[in-house]
Write a protein that binds this ligand. Sequence first.
Ligand code: ATP
Ligand code: MG
Length: 178
Amino acid sequence: MNGNRGLLIGRMQPVHKGHISVILDTLKEVDELIIGIGSAEKSHTNSNPFTGGERILMLTKALREYNIDTSRYYIIPLEDIACNSLWVGHVKMLTPPFSKVYSGNSLVQQLFEEVNIPVTQPVLFNRTEYSGTEVRKRILNNENWKDLVPQSVVKVIKDIKGVERIQKLNKKEISELV
Ligand code: ATP
Ligand code: MG
């Protein structure tokens, strides 16, 4: 019995207020929510600066900040695999049983629908600002990014020296500059 348990997947590089909004909204529809941290093995690149573990920390602290009942969610790191045709089985191996998926990603929608797991496309909140790409761009350019993420995520990024990491990752080697 898969119960009224849903799955939501995001890379969360980093966790931002759009993720929190969609989690709060989805929790109105399901008894329990599995939050999958996508591309969990990736880190230290421009588009994936934070490790899976750092993103678990951000999400755990943010959900606590928003007083979300800890008995209502599971945070599961999901590493990528090379074969899309095997990916649903890979996800099911790592997660508690679920009966529906929440995702705006068309490949994710296609793969779950092929095995008859219904997928809902969540509504996007303030997408021009609440986007991982936008947060990373602002961190890189020393623009105002702190309002786009929960306070607790600002603290985690500070503790792990995340701003310095993103800025360093974007620097070219001196040899490339001449
Ligand atoms: P990136 O720009 O790095 O791709 P992202 O903001 O798209 O980051 P992801 O980590 O890719 O965030 O997570 C994707 C999922 O998070 C989406 O499928 C969607 O369900 C949810 N999501 C992301 N941004 C928002 C938002 N502003 N409002 C609601 N849901 C969002
Ligand atoms: Mg995205």
